[in-house]
Design a protein around this ligand. Structure first.
Ligand SMILES: Cc1cc2nc3c(=O)[nH]c(=O)nc-3n(C[C@H](O)[C@H](O)[C@H](O)COP(=O)(O)OP(=O)(O)OC[C@H]3O[C@@H](n4cnc5c(N)ncnc54)[C@H](O)[C@@H]3O)c2cc1C
Length: 416
């Protein structure tokens, strides 16, 4: 190991949850290290646009950095653990970070499901496309279809339009009646209701369809059109790009390595965000998908709890309420059966190793399929095909194993 660091509180993830988790301990003069694999702070929702320096996450980091007891490690992957130490790969080399208390705030990723043509160039995850545009991809004048499920589709469509894209269709797989019912139930959460109405009003002139999903993407060296099932009909739409995402999957790999209990794909925590492993807390999307506000609250609660000053009941009550809304939202956007049948035998499921649906469906579990087809053994470490297989075949993904991210051989050798 080229460098060794020690801190009382170590936080993995500099999204909203991680930034809030850091604040309490830093202000209380505890030594804090904040690790994130992105060069800039903010995680997914606060991801800064290229060239923009004055953003909220940047300002929070600036404030934290005024304290000598705070250290930030941007561009650093946590790829493994060794007792109470995180094994990391940073731009300067491999680093071992020893913690007394650890807060996991590793966020979520998109659920991507295979359908014929989903590996064509210019087919993206919906949130992934938004991230690329924030990073500088020019979409002005491009005809874009946004499809899949969940409120993220609206946020992405609105953002792309604000960057000059021509969003020709938003295809939501959930039925409209179910979404309306969920929306009406938001009257007790005025902020969420206002947000939902605001997006709907802003996207009023964009064609939106419900009960609808992409069945095929067509093209040659790049995407030319998508075929969408809209209710009982099928329609082919010419477009330049497709952004498609089926809601989010918690990033639980690090918690799994530490031995934390995982239930229904999320890290189990108590109301103070304590995991089942002593001195390990978890906040935000890894504990279940419930959006920005919950990440902010849980980060704050975890930070206070980790320094032995559990939060006042106000935050806990608010978080319980948001979690209940999130449970209803997750049920509202439950995936329809037809999505399990979109892939044909030639459709690639594991795009790192080119394992197809036909090859994988011969097996009765992810491990057996992995041994024979190499699915899940590529660069993404099964993050994409593992989650897809869970939905397609009902398989439990293999348990996480180090390295949870691809790393240089020298980083692994450093560990020896
Ligand atoms: C692609 C995408 C786009 C999204 N866009 C929106 C949006 O526009 N609007 C909206 O309301 N919600 C959006 N969301 C939902 C979003 O996840 C939450 O609203 C919010 O960002 C959650 O905050 P968080 O702190 O829990 O996690 P995140 O913001 O995801 O932060 C987690 C951070 O941890 C880092 N990390 C993870 N594992 C490691 C590791 N092993 N080592 C080092 N760093 C690690 C990640 O890179 C990330 O920076 C998006 C989600 C995704 C996946």
């Amino acid at each position: 190991m080229s460098e060794s660091i020690k801190a009382e509180v170590v936080i993995v993830g500099a999204g909203p949850a991680g930034l809030c988790a850091a604040t309490g301990p830093v202000v209380a003069s505890r030594s804090v290290v904040l690790i994130d694999d992105n060069p800039r702070p903010g995680g997914q929702i606060w991801r800064a646009e290229k060239g923009r320096t004055e953003d909220l996450a940047g300002r929070m980091i600036h404030k934290l950095s005024e304290h000598e007891n705070f250290r930030r490690m941007p561009g650093t992957h946590v790829f493994g653990i060794d007792g109470n130490s995180l094994l990391c790969e940073s731009p300067g080399g491999d680093v071992r970070v020893e913690f007394e208390k650890l807060i996991i705030a590793t966020g979520a990723r998109e659920l991507l499901l295979p359908f014929p043509g989903w590996t064509l160039p210019n087919v993206f995850g919906a949130g992934g496309l938004q991230a690329l545009v924030k990073g500088g991809l020019d979409v002005s004048g491009k005809r874009i279809v946004i499809a899949g499920t969940g409120p993220l589709l609206l946020a992405v469509a609105y953002y792309l339009r604000s960057k000059g894209a021509n969003v020709v269709l938003i295809a939501e797989q959930a039925p409209r009646s179910r979404i309306l019912r969920f929306g009406l139930g938001l009257w007790r959460s005025p902020l969420k209701l206002v947000e939902a109405v605001w997006y709907s009003a802003k996207l009023l002139t964009t064609r939106s369809v419900y009960d609808s999903y992409v069945v095929r993407a067509e093209g040659d060296e790049r995407l030319r059109s998508v075929t969408v099932r809209i209710g009982a009909k099928t329609e082919t739409i010419e477009c330049d790009m497709l952004g498609v995402g089926f809601h989010l999957v918690p990033n639980t790999e690090l918690a799994e390595l530490l031995g934390c209990e995982i239930r229904n794909g999320a890290v189990v925590v108590d109301e103070f965000q304590r995991t089942t492993v002593e001195n390990v807390w978890c906040a935000g999307e890894p504990t279940g998908i419930s959006g920005l506000e919950s990440s902010l609250l849980e980060g704050t609660i975890a930070g206070s709890s980790a320094m032995g000053a559990p939060d006042s009941g106000r935050f806990l009550r608010r978080n319980r309420r948001i979690r209940r809304i999130a449970d209803r939202m997750n049920r509202c956007y439950e995936l329809r059966e037809e999505l399990r049948r979109l892939a044909d035998n030639a459709t690639i499921v594991c795009r790192c190793e080119d394992a197809t649906f036909g090859e994988m469906s011969k097996f009765d579990g992810f491990r057996a399929a992995k041994l024979q087809t190499r699915c899940g053994m590529g660069a993404c470490r099964g993050r994409i095909c593992g989650s897809a297989s869970r939905f397609l075949f009902g398989w439990e993904a293999d348990s996480a194993r180090p390295p949870i991210f691809p790393v240089r051989v020298s980083s692994l050798a450093g560990e020896d």
